[in-house]
Design a protein around this ligand. Sequence first.
Ligand SMILES: Cc1ncc(COP(=O)(O)O)c(C=O)c1O
Length: 387
Amino acid sequence: MNKHAAIPLLTPLLPDQQALAPYLAQLDHNRHYSNFGPLNNALESRIADIFAEHGAYPLHVTTTSSATLGLELVLSSLDLPPGTKVIVPALTFVASLTAIIRAGYTPVIADIDPDSWLLTPEIATEAAVQTGARAVLAVAAFGQPQDTKRWSHFQQQSGIRVLIDAAGAFGSQWVEAPDIPVVYSMHATKSLAAGEGGLVVSGDNVVNANVRQLSNFGINLDSNAGFPVGHLSFVGSNAKLSEYHAAVAHASLDQWDTQAQLRQKIYRDYRQALEAACGEQLQWQAGSTLAAPTIFCLRMTADARDRLEAICKQRHIATRRWYQPLLHQHAAKVAPIIKQPTPVAEAVASGLIGLPFSPFLSREDITRVVEATCLATANLTLAHQPQ
Ligand SMILES: Cc1ncc(COP(=O)(O)O)c(C=O)c1O
């Protein structure tokens, strides 16, 4: 084992040129490179078929150029008054926040559940009572799925609109309620990787049709809309998925099952090795086993986390404090927000650490990370580490 080789945090796995070739050949043949081309439309159908196997409702799929734009356009399509308060958990990626602000709404930063590390309908109810929020952007943080049925119940009871940011949860997050739109990312680091791209999945064709139109500048393409085709009917953006990205997504989908199994196996072995070595010092996000994990995140005491970071740095093992600083700390610089008390998010974040994870992680890599974690949890300082 080379004890000094760098272990990167993430190594993307995208289809190679051989896997891409049939789709690029279609591109050459079609000479259609964007604007809802045949590869894009076939991709939407393939994804809709996958979701249909997992739900009782027919679902619509609309691609976007990224999950961030997908979130922004779903929020815009809700057509809520400017400045409407939208609840979002403190522990998430900044894109959840920027999508709300760019859609013209005001973020309400809320706390998370201590076990699942997710925003729940109960927390959102309390935040809505306190602030008068009219929408919720719940997040499948770290790929851990949200319960769409429970959110649908919340939406029906409260009249508060809900959408789910499931950027990193393709394959784990299903859409089991037709009235809850869910947005996925196809960024290079995700399990269904197109390089860049997003998917909006919902049972509400109005939401999907609006997102599609907003992704094409807001131009009306529907001859039945009672409005001239080619005229602008909303202020949209250019958020279309190019045919090149659709080609990569098709090839990635062809390999998804194999890749997901590999990711699951590495995740399981890695976690077992850490639990066997220093398990009682580590806390994991509660929830279901992920279909295709893309990151490896756990919680320890703040002191142990600091020690682990220092040890990993010295040993060329990359780490990341995922989703930190918390959203309100990011927002402080960029836009007015409303902040609810977030003691749980702060406590979780104080010891949260992302360790290297990818389909290329070897047994030796895992052994090196486990050794470093054991040293950190055994309270050894850098000066006292065995070499
Ligand atoms: C929770 C969350 N939301 C949104 C995004 C943004 O996705 P994209 O890069 O496709 O815009 C990410 C990216 O990792 C994310 O983790």
